[in-house]
Design a protein around this ligand. Structure first.
Ligand code: IPM
Ligand code: MG
Length: 352
């Protein structure tokens, strides 16, 4: 198969981890007889410095000609001022909207090798394996808003239409069918009108998926249940802002932020793939970054955008093996010995 992938290294450790992910994809290409081309473009602080905007049009055009996008991370202290008119995260929001990346998949599982380093008791984490599906192009992130300017009031609006809820619900139910057939929908239907529409629509979509068990949880209760019964969750679907918050909470269950991948999907296979960690400017350029989240994101890229399931699993298996062998990057070494980003990536390449 031929595929062209736009790579957005971004800021901080972004370039280090994306270069390792490319090496993994190249290895997969040579082993399984594919031809992948990689085209780098700018987004984030680096784009602000060069072009005065977090997401130049040139990057969007290149993305339109690609089969998928691989992103490192954006942001850093240099561009941190939340009131600055141009900020790195604007690039993220704009690219999500531009490519219609409405379904954000964030798998969270606990690796047996890391279980003792999570903040919960090990026995609570056995069997934790969840897939969060966060709606990514609607809700309060994109509803009508007003900045205070010189005035005294500001607002953001949590707005969802029925079709927006339906399409993400279909993604979630289909994902549940391919897993343990359980879906938890997170809302705040006791208070918010928009969340009553959310719940009603999810219940309607459920009619097409009789084999999936559906549970509704209010978002405040969800934050508790995530810590008291994490292994009971299979697929979890939530709106944009609640999904943002609960996926950060869930990420600590894995042992390290550096481990977790994500996919942001549009309707036709196109997607953007990135680790869930940030740009970690404090460790940039020191060989301390954990490339696993980005490498596992390439597995998601192969699975969802290129339909290469065998190749995706080869990467996931390689990561499991390397961890089982005891290889650790600094973030998951917990005082023990660790190897560099390069060495860790090389160990994964060797396994493939
Ligand atoms: C995320 C991040 C972004 C979000 C920020 C950086 C805009 O927190 O991808 O979860 O809120 O969506
Ligand atoms: Mg977030």
């Amino acid at each position: 198969m031929k595929a062209s992938i736009m790579v957005l290294p971004g800021d901080g450790i972004g370039p280090e981890v994306t270069s390792k992910a490319i090496a993994v994809l190249e290895k997969i290409a040579s082993k399984y007889g594919h031809e992948f081309t990689f085209n780098e473009a700018l987004m984030g602080g680096i784009a602000i410095d060069k072009f005065g905007t977090a997401l130049p049009d040139e990057t969007l055009r290149l993305g339109e000609q690609s089969d998928a996008i691989l992103l490192g991370a954006v942001g850093g202290p240099k561009w941190d001022n939340p009131t600055a008119p141009v900020r790195p995260e604007q690039g993220l929001l704009k690219i999500r909207k531009h490519f219609g990346l409405f379904a954000n998949l964030r798998p969270v599982k606990t690796y047996p090798a890391l279980i003792e380093y999570t903040p919960l008791r090990p026995e609570m984490l056995e069997g934790v394996d969840m897939l969060f599906i966060r709606e990514l192009t609607g809700g309060i992130y994109f509803g009508p808003r007003q900045e205070a300017g010189d005035g005294d009031s500001s607002y953001d609006t949590m707005l969802y239409t029925r079709p927006e809820i339906e399409r993400v619900a279909h993604v979630a139910f289909r994902a549940a069918q391919g897993r343990r057939k359980k879906l938890t929908s997170v809302d705040k239907a006791n208070v918010l009108a928009v969340m009553r529409l959310w719940r009603k629509t999810v219940v309607e979509v459920h009619e097409d998926y009789a084999d999936v068990a559906l549970e509704h949880l209010l978002v405040d209760a969800m934050t508790m249940h995530l810590l008291t019964r994490p292994s009971s969750f299979d697929v979890v679907v939530a709106g944009n802002m609640f999904g943002d918050i609960i996926t950060d909470e869930a990420s600590v269950l894995s042992g390290s932020l550096g481990m977790l991948p994500s996919a942001s999907l549009a309707s036709e296979r196109f997607g953007l793939y990135e680790p869930i960690h940030g740009s970690a400017p404090d460790i940039a350029g020191q060989g301390k970054a954990n490339p696993t989240g980005t490498i596992l994101s390439t597995a998601m890229l192969l699975r969802y955008s290129l339909d290469l399931e065998t190749e995706a699993q080869a990467i996931e298996q390689a990561v499991e093996n390397v961890l089982a062998e005891g290889a650790r990057t600094a973030d998951i070494a917990h005082g023990g010995s660790f190897i560099s980003t390069d060495e860790f990536a090389q160990a994964i390449l060797n396994q493939i």
